[in-house]
Write a protein that binds this ligand. Structure first.
Ligand code: AMP
Length: 631
């Protein structure tokens, strides 16, 4: 085994040689002529001149050796279904979906928006897009029509692939009416909608626009749609994520760099072997679902489990039952999910034979020590924290046990991964903090390695302005996270530097929630902050100023308005964006220049000292919040 230090050094000092080596992990139609073109920083173009295809690497290339091995294992405890697709069957389904999309007029470079529950057809749709060079944009099924509309508006899809409904905890959530409303709200109108009818909820089909997958699939049962050989820099997908401003950004990813980055991470970080089973409990609506439910494991020739359901239903043993049944070797989840399970009896874990499991990877939010300890003792396998973002597509910080076994440290996601030149920067001076144990902003020196975002969809300017700082030739990508590095190179992440909060591993912009709340006719102004929560990591708390305070005559009126505001958020963003509480005040704490003092509100909510308040306009404003919290 090589030493990780050496492996890492090579990736930073000789990136072309390093990534040319990694590129051999995937199939190319034509090899790259230039490994990295960084002639227009911060735009990095990886494997220029090479042609490849993500779907070919995830599906077709395995047909020779493992056509009859499991590829996609779809399990729903909501509808009691369990379907195993071999690579051969997955290949056939993806071609049926690709033929259907082609029939609906989708061509290379067109966008296809996927608004789906966790069903196998969602993966077919993603892979079908990759196959024909269409750009998919998956929108998390938990988002409501407002969020969906803004994404339709920005992505301008020719076709939307959706379903009648999803189901959560036995409760059917109809998707079709939300989609219809979103299309009504958006100025862009997709030409066609392809719908999977799960028979969970009746659908009103729009003649000429809506098509049923069942009928289309039947028509294309024997479809043969070859993979389109695409430039490595061809856009494979966009995925929207929250930032400081209210408008979500379309993170744009390439084809070749992404395929190489995933193949390399499956080898060096996840140690996935062909024929084994990978189980990621995320959702295809998030980046983990893209990288480590669909593409990563399949590229590695592994079977991947797609699970629709709660971790606690029918009981808290369901995940472990799946691990036993499918001999899962690598599992990926989020700390929140483990905290949910931690509230249940450890017996659920002990009931099953988990001897196949080799490691559990956790990401998306800080992993607290009690949670890590509990699951580590329960499973008896390494618990591997990993830190990354929608923007990067694969881990920035973790440990690469496939290169060299390294111990994990509680509280730390690990060391800088190969390809990432991670630097801590003093937020005031902009200087690099080279010594140990200094707190700074986590940045990555350009170019970003393969697999990371190429740009913001249709907004290069926003990409540059949002993420990059520093002098030309030494541009640095800002993660918007605070961090510390110890003397051994292990990092500790200390939370966001911007207004992004992390609720149960879901990234939300406080501005988005504020905009949604402000659309209620009786709300004049609102501040949303993230407050520490034992189970979810953080929850959103809203403090709002009402236009007509005379309506708030008593506690019942407060509760009524709070319920109304929450309903507005549910309708526009979905329940994921709903604040834990909405409280009403007559004035919000601001600086004299009129800036909302969100950090002071957050500190007060968490029972901490509010810090330096000398610039505060009206100290009584913060006192009101304190009084409310005490009442
Ligand atoms: P997302 O783009 O939704 O994956 O969210 C990315 C953000 O989640 C990061 O910028 C961090 O703030 C947080 N995050 C992700 N993984 C971790 C981790 N392992 N430890 C601490 N924070 C994390």
């Amino acid at each position: 085994m090589t030493s990780y230090a050496e492996f890492y050094r090579r990736s930073i000092e000789q990136p072309d040689a390093f990534w040319a080596e990694q590129a051999k992990l995937i199939d190319w139609k034509t090899p790259a002529q230039t490994i990295c073109d960084y002639s227009h920083p911060p735009f990095a173009r990886w494997f220029v001149g090479g042609t490849t295809n993500l779907c070919h690497n995830a599906v077709d290339r395995h047909l020779k050796e493992r056509a009859d091995q499991s590829a996609l294992i779809y399990v729903s405890t909501e509808t009691d279904e369990e379907v195993i697709y071999t690579f051969r069957e997955l290949h056939a389904e993806v071609q049926r979906m690709a033929a259907s999309l082609l029939e609906l007029g989708v061509r290379k470079g067109d966008r296809v928006l996927i608004y789906m529950p966790m069903i196998a057809e969602a993966a077919f749709a993603m892979l079908a897009c990759a196959r024909i060079g269409a750009i998919h944009s998956v929108v998390f099924g938990g988002f409501a029509s407002g969020s969906l509309a803004s994404r339709i508006e920005d992505a301008e899809p020719r076709v939307v692939v959706s379903a009648d409904a999803g189901s959560r905890g036995g409760k059917v959530v109809a998707y079709k009416p939300l989609l219809d409303e979103a299309i009504r709200l958006s100025t862009h109108k997709p030409e066609s909608v392809l719908l999977v009818d799960r028979k969970l909820s009746a659908m009103n089909l729009v003649a000429g626009r809506d098509h049923l997958w069942g009928a289309m699939r039947q028509k294309h049962l024997q479809a043969e749609v070859p993979c389109e050989w695409l430039d490595a820099t061809h856009v494979s997908y966009t995925l929207y994520t929250s930032g400081t401003t209210g408008k979500p950004k379309g993170v744009q990813r390439d084809t070749g760099g992404y395929a190489v980055a995933l193949a390399a991470s499956m080898k060096h970080i996840f140690e996935g072997k062909p024929g084994e089973t990978y189980f990621s409990t995320s959702d295809i609506g998030w980046v983990v679902g893209h990288s480590y439910i669909v593409y990563g494991p399949l590229i590695a020739g592994m079977a991947t489990i797609m699970y629709e359901g709660l971790p606690t239903r029918p009981d808290a043993g369901i995940w472990w039952q799946l691990v036993e049944k499918y001999k899962v070797t690598r599992m990926f989840s989020a700390p929140t999910a483990v905290r949910v399970l931690k509230k249940q009896n450890l017996e659920f874990l002990k009931k099953y034979d988990l001897s196949s499991l080799k490691a559990l990877y956790l990401a998306g939010e800080p992993l607290d020590e009690p949670t890590a300890q509990w699951i580590s003792e329960g499973l008896g396998v390494p618990i591997i924290d990993n830190y990354w973002q929608t923007e990067t597509g694969w881990p920035i910080l973790t440990i690469a046990n496939g290169v060299e076994k390294k111990p994990s440290r509680f509280g730390s996601p690990g060391v800088a991964m190969y390809g990432y030149d991670v630097k801590l920067i003093d937020d005031i001076t902009g200087e690099e903090l080279k010594g140990p144990d200094q707190k700074g902003v986590v940045t990555i020196e350009g170019p970003l390695p393969p697999g990371c975002m190429q740009t913001v969809w249709r907004d290069d300017d926003r990409f540059v302005k949002t993420y990059w700082t520093g002098a030309a030739g030494k541009l640095r990508y800002n993660t918007f996270d605070w961090g510390i590095r110890d003397k051994d190179g292990y990092f500790f992440i200390l939370g966001r530097t911007d207004d992004v909060i992390n609720v149960a591993g879901h990234r939300l912009g406080t501005r988005e929630i504020e905009e949604s709340i402000s659309s209620h006719p009786n709300i004049a102004e609102v501040a949303v902050v993230g407050v520490a929560d034992q189970l979810k990591g953080q929850v959103a708390m809203a403090f709002a100023v009402v236009k007509d305070a005379s309506l708030l005559v008593d506690a019942a009126a407060h509760l009524k308005l709070e319920g109304e505001v929450m309903a507005v958020v549910d309708k526009s963003l979905g329940a994921v964006g709903r604040p834990a509480r909405v409280r009403f005040v007559t004035v919000l704490p601001k600086t004299r220049s009129g800036k909302l003092l969100r950090r002071a509100i957050q500190a007060v909510c968490e029972g901490r000292d509010a810090g330096d308040l000398t610039t505060m306009e009206d100290p009584a404003a913060l006192q009101q919040i304190k009084d409310l919290l005490a009442s």
